[in-house]
Write a protein that binds this ligand. Structure first.
Ligand SMILES: CC(=O)SCCNC(=O)CCNC(=O)[C@H](O)C(C)(C)COP(=O)(O)OP(=O)(O)OC[C@H]1O[C@@H](n2cnc3c(N)ncnc32)[C@H](O)[C@@H]1OP(=O)(O)O
Ligand SMILES: N[C@@H](CCO)C(=O)O
Length: 394
């Protein structure tokens, strides 16, 4: 975040404020009464979680494109990553903080052709774009906030299975997602192999590694140590008083892992940001300003509690837990499988995709995307990802 500089003694002290000085909402979660946009809401009733707690009344927000065929054989499930949502394609607008995040891959004539497929994209359980999450009201009429229970990848998939049941989709022609979305893809294929005919696991892992847990840890700490977090109960605070600084710092840590070191060096080098003076003058390098920008953008469109809940669900992810290990679990998958990695991804390493591809009976190895951009390559390198998906779907 950009910083206001005050002087204490001889050294400037940096106080985080937001780049353009405009107040940041305590939470940018979608709340009941906000514009629906293109999303639909489905109540799936109570959901008992792996941890034993029951969410009494779960709503799933989702979007669809295309038409379900009479035999129901053309349904595709698209699962978003950490800060994505159901808005896979379509403009930003009322109810939608961002334009479609995969509109190069999904749409009429696209590799996932909505003239051919019925495409469904839910917002994940614990998210903040309409599906039940910490910003949703609990039965007492107040937001769940810090009381929202721990949810696992498996809980999230069980909620999505209830959505499939309600939509009349007995089996998916393709279940696809990247990063956190790819975790749910793999979990779907192990939990309900008979319902996944093909899968696309992109820039993801079968179990979250110590390195990924390590990167996530200071992100969780940044939010929880923000005085504006208030134990997760900040929804009634006025603008500017929520946990946006902690959320922004979490995003900065995460965003750095989403890009490659070489890209950052080549793009920004040691250049100061504009006329700012980073050498003792309290100013920033351009790369710091870049991270501030992404921190501010996320804090204006996301909910800090959802960031915590979803990050912790990723830490829970292990398709092999209580199933005899990763290889045994993935060995039960019957789907044809497309496994894709980004060669410069320093968060979800290509070796982790290799492990997935080796264990999935329906995979033909890892397809490697050549990219300078690191993990975010799955959002950027459409020229490579598009043909892979098009060819796979035939
Ligand atoms: C799957 C999903 O679910 S994710 C949902 C969508 N994803 C996100 O929102 C993630 C956050 N965004 C991103 O990671 C990236 O923007 C991507 C992956 C979507 C696109 O990557 P790129 O095209 O390489 O964008 P890049 O990382 O360079 O960011 C560009 C932004 O940085 C800004 N920027 C670049 N340099 C600087 C700088 N020195 N100082 C301040 N801002 C800067 C640009 O002005 C631009 O701003 P804008 O996005 O508000 O127009
Ligand atoms: N940019 C992606 C990366 C995480 O996979 C997101 O924010 O969800």
């Amino acid at each position: 975040m950009q910083t206001a500089t005050t002087t204490t003694g001889t050294r400037p002290r940096r106080e985080p404020v937001w780049a353009d000085g405009a107040p940041v909402p305590a939470s940018a979660a979608w709340r009941e009464g906000d514009p629906l946009g293109d999303r639909q809401l489905l109540s799936i009733g109570p959901l008992t979680l792996e941890g034993g707690e029951t969410l009494p009344d779960v709503t799933i927000a989702y979007e669809t494109w295309g038409t379900l065929s009479p035999t129901g054989d053309n349904a595709v499930l698209v699962l978003h990553a950490l800060t994505g949502d159901s808005h896979v394609l379509g403009p930003a607008g009322p109810g939608h903080p961002t334009a479609g995040w995969w509109d190069t891959l999904v749409g009429p004539g696209c590799p996932i052709d909505t003239d051919r497929y019925f495409v469904v994209a839910p917002n994940v359980l614990g998210g903040c774009q309409g599906t039940t999450g910490p910003a949703t009201n609990a039965p007492d009429g107040r937001p769940w906030g810090g009381r929202f229970p721990f949810v696992t990848t498996r809980d999230q998939v069980r909620a999505e299975i209830a959505l499939a049941d309600a939509l009349g989709v007995e089996s998916w022609a393709f279940v696809v997602g990247a990063s956190m979305g790819g975790m749910r893809v793999l979990e779907w294929a192990v939990t309900a192999p008979e319902r996944v005919r093909a899968l696309g696991a992109i820039a993801t892992t079968a179990q979250t590694t110590a390195d990924q847990i390590a990167w996530a840890h200071p992100q969780l700490e940044a939010i929880r140590s923000d005085p504006g977090w208030h134990g997760g109960d900040y929804y009634d605070l006025p603008e500017g008083q929520g946990p946006h600084v902690g959320l922004g710092i979490a995003r900065q840590i995460a965003h750095t892992t989403y890009r490659a070191a070489v890209e950052l060096d080549e793009r920004f080098g040691r250049t100061p940001q504009g006329a700012e003076e980073p050498l003792g003058g309290g100013g920033r390098y351009a790369v710091q300003s870049y991270l501030d920008h992404h921190a501010g953008k996320l804090a204006r469109r996301f909910d800090a509690n959802s960031y915590l809940v979803l990050t912790e669900s990723m830490l829970s992810h292990d398709v092999g837990r209580d199933r005899g290990g990763v290889e045994a679990a993935l060995g039960t998958v019957t789907a044809r499988a497309l496994v894709v990695a980004v060669d410069s991804d320093r968060l979800y390493l290509p070796e982790q995709s290799d492990r997935v591809a080796a264990a999935l009976p329906g995979a033909d190895g890892t397809h490697l995307i050549r990219s300078d951009y690191g993990h975010d390559g799955f959002l950027i390198e459409f020229d490579q990802l598009g043909p892979l998906v098009r060819e796979f779907l035939g």
